[in-house]
Design a protein around this ligand. Structure first.
Ligand SMILES: NC(=O)c1ccc[n+]([C@@H]2O[C@H](COP(=O)([O-])OP(=O)(O)OC[C@H]3O[C@@H](n4cnc5c(N)ncnc54)[C@H](O)[C@@H]3O)[C@@H](O)[C@H]2O)c1
Length: 322
């Protein structure tokens, strides 16, 4: 019997970076993605490895896959990384159904897929988001109440957390719920850097920015996010469900500063055009700051601050494009 690691959303940014940590280990990796937002090119080079099995499946629907069931039946389910979700927050803001389906239903279906194969020490790792908190002025701690998400994405992540919590208690499953800040790095599929690069590719003169540029948010590098989750999921806790704010503890970086990093690193002139509104889109949380005391006490500290993370990512992407 071999250990199995399931990664949902494997072709997305976090999933495709996470797989690198497991591919050379003595484990079977079952990767699932519908390739709606993720890209096949991010994972195709892993397909020649004998321990990686990829299934293109819409996880919001009832899953009937006999091959996955067979792998689960004959091996030892060690970890489930549930990363599949709608990451296109703006699309979710325009159509409520998107997050109900891709952020919430994917959680229900993933738990339903694994429920008959849980072992005593199976771990469930979930990528939640700062969006579950809503607009909070002070430094946010994990048990902050009330949580008032302002986007349907945030509401569906919070509902997913609750569903996982109930399921875990009922089934004695250890769950690690990580609330991400904004994450950037290799294999971007969305977000401000992705958006700016695409806009600059289309028009090298004008950069249309969403909002007035004063939105200020923390950013972390995907490789540090993954290191942090692996570090914490290797610790044991007495509660079945544990929640963690992960990311840098700084105040974040303003959109205007990100624009300036682009201007500084481009070898041609580009003029930013800002909108006369505070929010970039409906449900945008324009300012938040995490308390990361809990993970710091457990011994994990993020090395790069938001500005360093953005500079690193912008330089890496511009090098590839120009
Ligand atoms: N990147 C961030 O800034 C950020 C911030 C907070 C939380 N998160 C969460 O972290 C996780 C990973 O984010 P990411 O940046 O890698 O996003 P991503 O979009 O790159 O990856 C998500 C993957 O899920 C897949 N997916 C979506 N709906 C699906 C469905 N119905 N069936 C099967 N697959 C489906 C997509 O195709 C995509 O490959 C997500 O849950 C996201 O909500 C990300």
């Amino acid at each position: 019997m071999k250990k199995i690691i399931i990664i949902t959303g494997v072709a997305g940014m976090v999933g495709s970076n996470l797989i690198e940590k497991y591919i050379n280990k003595n484990v079977i990796i079952v990767g699932i993605d519908n390739l709606k937002l993720g890209k096949f090119k991010f994972i195709k080079h892993f397909l020649n490895k004998k321990n990686f099995f990829f299934y293109r499946i819409d996880l919001s629907k009832k899953i009937k896959n006999t091959r996955i069931s067979k792998i689960l039946k004959t091996n030892y389910l060690s970890e489930v990384w549930h990363l599949a979700a709608n990451s296109d927050i703006q699309q979710g803001a325009n159509n409520n159904k998107v997050d109900t389906k891709d952020t919430y239903m994917t959680t229900i279906r993933t738990l339903s897929l694994i429920k008959n194969y849980l072992k005593k020490d199976t771990k469930f790792i979930f990528s939640s988001s700062s969006a579950i908190y809503g607009n909070i002025r002070k430094s946010i701690v994990e048990n902050h109440k009330p949580k008032k998400p302002v986007s349907n994405y945030g509401i569906m992540k919070l509902k997913s957390e609750k569903y996982i919590e109930n399921f875990s208690k009922k089934k004695s499953l250890k769950a690690y719920i990580f609330r991400f800040p904004n994450v950037v790095g290799k294999n971007l599929t969305h977000g401000i850097i992705f958006d700016f690069i695409n806009k600059i590719k289309r028009n090298q003169n004008i950069l249309n920015v969403l909002g007035n540029g004063n939105q200020q948010k923390p950013y972390s590098d995907v490789s540090e996010i993954i290191r942090c989750m692996i570090y914490i999921k290797n610790l044991s806790f007495k509660n079945y469900v544990n929640y963690f704010n992960i990311g840098t503890r700084d105040k974040g970086i303003k959109v205007k500063e990100i624009v300036n990093i682009f201007i500084k690193n481009l070898n041609f002139k580009i003029t930013p055009v800002y909108q006369n509104k505070k929010k970039g889109w409906k449900g945008d949380v324009i300012n938040y700051k995490y308390s990361t005391k809990k993970i710091n006490r457990l011994g994990f500290n993020f090395k790069l601050n938001s500005k360093e993370v953005i500079e690193k990512t912008v330089k890496n992407y511009l090098k590839k494009v120009y």
